[in-house]
Design a protein around this ligand. Structure first.
Ligand code: HAM
Length: 401
């Protein structure tokens, strides 16, 4: 067979996939706990939505979109991110007032693939719409932080910044631009090219970090309303005992952000892909795509990167393997009763020998092998020395606690 998964995509299969499943389950729990119902949106949208929503000078739009013309002659794009689609869905729904949604699924960007930088990658995220309250920002940042740390990722830095709004940002951008023009001979060509088009993005540059040490900072140029908002978010996080650092150079790669911007960074990963998630406020996005003014805030987390940061997450996905001494039909009947009791159990449907069934159990690394001898009892073998014989109806007790 000569086919491979397309470049930059992955087959996520057992046993590694169990850690994914557990993380996704945990995401359901956490997002529900914070009051975010599921939103399931199209994987492709009109190309225009991303050009206008994400911004046509961003790398995501200029270089990374999977865009094609469908059979009806429309230009469509595989979603590179979820916020523009979520805002579109909110506006289309006709709903008035605050609205929350949580999502989970694949996204697509044509990037140079490496570990943690994939062409198809998985994001989980939330959007909280039609609220300008800094309490919403704080809640959103908290949810992302609690979820990531609950997965066992301890080395996570939360970076936050305020990038102002249409009131205060233009003046700052001009000041930054003239600073960058003065420094142009020392800047990399990539950064120099951005001075006119999108000078904020220069702040993101790793190679030009030394040139940027005395660059003017947005946080020193915030208007009163933005400054008050920023302080309220920081106070909110402190009140919830969420540790954060302020990063005046954090600008994010999408154009829709206003005021709050934040990132979760896994310090154990290579700097090029250590942002395991990010988000912020996007008060102008709804208008940019032709809707009524609707402030909002949200984040997305990259599951591929989170899994990478968690390390070797192979886990058994079964509680037990059922070995039958009386054939596969009996095994299925017994397994059915166990499954109804909530036990995660698998069996051999092929009628193979008892020895071969034990081999499968070992390969699956199940914590318990259950042996069915046909007399109404199951023998549970945990280790050679630990055995128990239980009536079928009581086996689920084995797996409690
Ligand atoms: P983003 O920073 O572009 O934000 O992506 C969020 C996260 O998705 C990144 O921090 C990273 O973990 C993951 N990610 C992005 N691209 C890739 C890739 N090529 N391979 C693997 N992982 C990747 C957004 O997408 C915004 N929509 C977040 C947001 C929601 N802002 C407000 N609401």
């Amino acid at each position: 067979m000569s086919f491979q998964p397309p470049k930059g995509t992955d087959d996520v299969i057992a046993p590694a996939s169990q850690a994914w499943r557990e993380a996704l389950r945990s995401w359901e729990t956490w997002s529900e706990r914070y009051g975010y119902p599921l939103i399931s949106l199209p994987l492709f949208e009109a190309t225009d939505l991303f050009e206008r929503g994400v911004g046509d000078t961003t790398e995501v739009v200029t270089k990374q979109m999977y865009t094609f013309t469908d059979q009806g002659g429309r230009s469509v794009t595989l979603r590179p991110e979820g916020t523009a689609g979520a805002v579109r869905a909110y506006l289309n729904s006709g709903h008035q007032g605050v609205w929350k949604g949580a999502y989970s699924g694949p996204f697509f960007r044509y990037e140079r693939p490496q570990a943690g930088r994939r062409r198809q990658f998985w994001q989980v995220g939330v959007e909280y719409l039609d609220t300008s309250s800094p309490v919403a920002d704080t809640e959103v940042v908290e949810l992302g932080y609690r979820f990531i740390t609950s997965l066992g990722l301890s080395e996570v830095d939360l970076l936050i910044n305020s990038i102002g709004d249409p009131n205060c940002r233009p003046g700052y951008v001009e000041e930054l631009r003239s600073y960058l023009r003065d420094k142009e001979p020392e800047l990399s060509t990539v950064s120099a090219d951005l001075i006119d088009r999108n000078p904020l993005r220069v702040l993101d540059s790793r190679i030009d970090r030394d040139v940027l040490v005395d660059a003017p900072r947005m946080v020193d140029h915030l208007c009163d309303a933005c400054a008050v908002h920023y302080k309220a978010v920081k106070d909110g996080l402190s009140g919830l005992q969420i540790p954060y650092s302020e990063d005046p150079n954090l600008v994010r790669g999408l154009d829709y952000y206003t005021r709050t911007a934040f990132e979760y960074v896994a310090t154990g990963l290579d700097a090029a892909q250590n942002a395991v998630g990010g988000g912020g406020r996007y008060d102008g996005l709804a208008e940019a795509i032709g809707g009524r003014p609707t402030p909002g805030v949200g984040f997305a987390l990259g599951l591929d990167r989170i899994m990478l940061a968690l390390g070797d997450p192979e886990r058994a996905y079964l509680d037990a393997y059922l070995v039958s001494e009386t054939g596969p039909e009996d095994a299925l009947r017994v397994a059915s009763q166990l499954r109804l009791q909530g036990v995660r159990v698998d069996l051999d449907a092929e009628g193979r020998s008892v020895k071969a069934q034990f081999r499968t159990a070992r390969r699956l690394e199940v914590p318990v092998v259950l042996v069915w001898k046909g007399d109404g009892h199951l023998v549970g073998v945990q280790t050679e020395s630990e055995r128990a014989e239980l009536p079928l109806q009581e086996v689920s007790n084995w797996f409690k606690g």
